[in-house]
Structure formats: structure tokens, C-alpha cells
Design a protein around this ligand. Structure first.
Ligand SMILES: [Fe+2]
Length: 245
């Protein structure tokens, strides 16, 4: 019987030189890292793995009403002041498309926190599409932003038709969670990620790291075939192009 050899993310070297565009490393503002110690331990680990640049993308959503561009910049400055490592840290945010979203989009004094100047990282609920999903996308587009849709493989309400429709517009890009193909979020999400990878739906990838321990374990799960690794490598290169050009 023929078994295809499988590799862990740590073994593939995917993290070497990576520019991560999705992380919850800004401590004390969402469901990610809670203390400076946790954040610095995670950054030390990621630096050992070869990560070069990271956008910190805390959740901006109704559940975290304190989070605004202004308050997050303050938290970010605080973190940077204490950070002695070598990763190039930047601030953006992950915007939930809920009823609070437009107030952030329309705020002229404190503009939304974008990746590479004009890319907004957005997410939706896992179970239901947002109200007026299409209109919201058009509004973001009108403001001159490109959209990076975080982890489409995790939205269980989406089917292959939805993926195709979303991608058809040409200014909305899919971001794979690096751990989705390992089975970290369950079998269904893993299958969705494999389908989206094999059919070239993704443009970017990100760790979406919330805690060091769970990510460190998952980075060592042997689950990636050489072919899938090659496909993810293309996304890693796109991340690099986005952030270093
Ligand atoms: Fe996230």
C-alpha cells in the first residue's frame, strides 16, 4: 500500500522569512494574548521559526466595544516600547462585518487600520452570513480599500458557489489560516481548506495565532503533503510581495 509522506508546518520551513498578516498578539484587547509575557514568549518562538514581519490584527467587533483605531494604536505603542526582539511589528485589525462595522469604516478622524495601506482584513460569523453582505463589500470597495477575507474555510454557511461569487469581483482576496489544513479546526474546515487550496482560491495566508501553546503543538502535526505545501508556499510568497513592495 502507498502512503504519501506528510510534513508538519515546522518541518516544511513555511515560517522561514514569513510575513504574517493575521495575528492576535496585541495583548489584553481581545480573545488572543492577555499579558505582555505571553506576547513576548510567542514572538520569541515565532522569531526562532524564522518569521520576519507580523501585522497584529486584533478583533474589532461589537463584542469588544473598547477597540477602535485610536485605542489600539495606544496599546500597540505600549507593546513596541517594551519589545526588544527583531520581528518587524505593524498594526492593523480584523474587522467583523457586524452592525458596528460601518462606524469604523466611516470614521474620518481615525481611519480603519489597514494592511499595506489599503487592505482591510475582514471576517464574518462562522454560522451566518452578515446582513447586507454584498452591499457592505461594495461600500468598502467604494472607500478605496481592497478586502482580505480572513479564513473563508471556517465559514460553515458558505458553499462552493458562495466562494466563486465572492472571488468574482477581483478586489476581494481569500486568506488561509495556516493551521486549517492540519485539522486544527476540525475535519470540515480541513476539507474546505484543501478544496480552496487545490482550486486556487487563496491569495494570502496568516497564522491567526491566539495562544502560543496551541499553535506550537499544531505547527508540529504531520499533516501536509508535499503538494499542499507547494501551494501554501505560493501564498507565503504573495504575503511577502504585499508587504515588501
Ligand atoms: Fe483572527
Amino acid at each position: 500500500m502507498f502512503f504519501r509522506k506528510k510534513y508538519s508546518i515546522a518541518e516544511t520551513g513555511l515560517l522561514q522569512g514569513m510575513s504574517d498578516i493575521h495575528s492576535h498578539l496585541l495583548y489584553g484587547v481581545d480573545d488572543g494574548m492577555q499579558t505582555e509575557e505571553e506576547t513576548f514568549a510567542a514572538l520569541e518562538y515565532l522569531e526562532e521559526q524564522g518569521v520576519q514581519r507580523i501585522y497584529l490584527t486584533p478583533h474589532v467587533m461589537e463584542n469588544f466595544p473598547e477597540n477602535s483605531s485610536k485605542s489600539l494604536k495606544r496599546h500597540f505603542d505600549n507593546l513596541i516600547n517594551g519589545y526588544a526582539g527583531n520581528i518587524d511589528l505593524r498594526l492593523a485589525a480584523e474587522y467583523m462585518l457586524d452592525s458596528s462595522f460601518e462606524s469604523h469604516l466611516e470614521n474620518y478622524e481615525n481611519k480603519p487600520l489597514a494592511i499595506a495601506d489599503d487592505c482591510l482584513l475582514v471576517e464574518t460569523s462562522y454560522l451566518n452570513p452578515p446582513l447586507n453582505f454584498h452591499q457592505t463589500i461594495q461600500k468598502i470597495k467604494k472607500k478605496g480599500y481592497r478586502i482580505i477575507l480572513a479564513h473563508p474555510e471556517r465559514y460553515l454557511y458558505m458553499d462552493k458557489n458562495d466562494y466563486r461569487k465572492l472571488k468574482a469581483d477581483g478586489f476581494l482576496f481569500f486568506q488561509l489560516n495556516l493551521l486549517s489544513p492540519t485539522g486544527y479546526y476540525g475535519r470540515q474546515v480541513q476539507e474546505n481548506a484543501e478544496y480552496l487550496l487545490k482550486n486556487d482560491f487563496y491569495t494570502f495566508t496568516g497564522t491567526d495565532i491566539h495562544s502560543l501553546e496551541s499553535h506550537r503543538q499544531a505547527f508540529n502535526i504531520k499533516s501536509l503533503t508535499a503538494k499542499l505545501t507547494d501551494r501554501i508556499n505560493v501564498l507565503i510568497e504573495n504575503n511577502r510581495q504585499l508587504l515588501f513592495n
